[in-house]
Design a protein around this ligand. Structure first.
Ligand code: SF4
Length: 281
């Protein structure tokens, strides 16, 4: 057998060994994460056992960076009454495992007082609203009750025991950035009462007439949203601040955004340099 053939065989064996080792390491890492680092919720003792709920949410924030800021308790009670209770509350976002206490008020009383509670299904959802992440945990009502009443550590005691030097600041990186070429020449203009080009049209109809003309041209949208890729240039908020809110790393639609002025939303969408504003009429 020639020397080069032997060398080729050894190289092939080494390559196969390397691939197998890497595969095994990846499998072991996945298994370790699955077994020991899965997100979880632990119960803590609330100050007010009638209306409060105290918990620890732990997850691997290095693998899944997010700021969790909402908790929801949901009781599925198909054979009892009421058949469903949903209570939720937002809180200040937390970027790594944390303890928190919420007071659900009357909602928590309705949750506890549901007939058939023990046999119902309780879902605990911890959400990172802006990051679009939700972790859900389920258990029988009886188990939930047992954990709730068995909790003996308060939020303060948990925080004291798990003191962190300083919470790491999470930075969200913008997905796309670019230097725009000058916009091509266009003769496209929106017929808006606020656009000086059309001042004469609207003035001719008088103040009331102008309003009517604008209303005639206007339309309502059923939905407006921002797709990934916002470069936080502020253009949309400058045009329609009641709808668009530019935040540190993206733009969001305000919760109470008026959707009746479709023309102004369209103007903002056309002004968006990366065309991430979408709407449906
Ligand atoms: S105009 Fe577009 S890119 Fe600029 S802030 Fe609004 S959504 Fe983001």
């Amino acid at each position: 057998m020639s020397t080069s053939l032997i060398a080729g065989g050894i190289a092939l064996l080494l390559a196969v060994g390397l691939v197998v080792t890497l595969g095994l390491m990846s499998l072991l890492s996945g298994a370790f994460h699955f077994l020991f680092m899965r997100p979880g919720v632990d119960f803590l003792k609330p100050k007010n056992r009638e209306t409060g709920f105290a918990f620890v949410f732990r997850w691997d924030s290095s693998r899944e960076p997010a700021r969790f800021d909402r908790i929801k308790l949901r009781l599925f009670n198909p054979f009892g009454s009421p058949t469903q209770v949903d209570i939720s509350q937002e809180f200040q976002g937390q970027g790594s495992s944390f303890a928190h206490e919420v007071d659900f008020g009357e909602g928590m009383k309705a949750f506890w007082n549901a007939k058939g509670f023990d046999d119902a299904l309780v879902q605990i959802e911890v959400m990172a609203i802006r990051d679009g992440l939700t972790h859900q945990f389920e258990m029988k009502g009886a188990k939930f009750k047992e954990k709730f009443h068995g909790a003996s550590t308060s939020v303060e005691a948990w925080k004291e025991k798990n003191k962190k030097e300083k919470e790491k600041v999470l930075y969200h990186t913008v997905e796309r950035s670019f230097i725009a070429d000058p916009l091509p020449e266009t003769n496209k203009t929106l017929k808006l009462a606020t656009n000086p080009v059309f001042a004469a049209d609207f003035a001719a109809a008088g103040a009331a007439g102008a309003g009517a003309a604008a209303a005639d041209n206007n339309f309502a949208v059923s939905k407006v949203w921002i797709e990934p890729g916002c470069i936080v240039c502020d253009a949309c908020e400058g045009i329609f601040p009641e709808v668009f809110e530019v935040q540190a790393d993206t733009c969001v639609i305000r919760a109470d955004a008026p959707l009746t002025n479709g023309l102004l939303i369209q103007e903002a969408a056309e002004a968006c340099p990366v065309e991430v504003i979408k709407f449906a009429k």
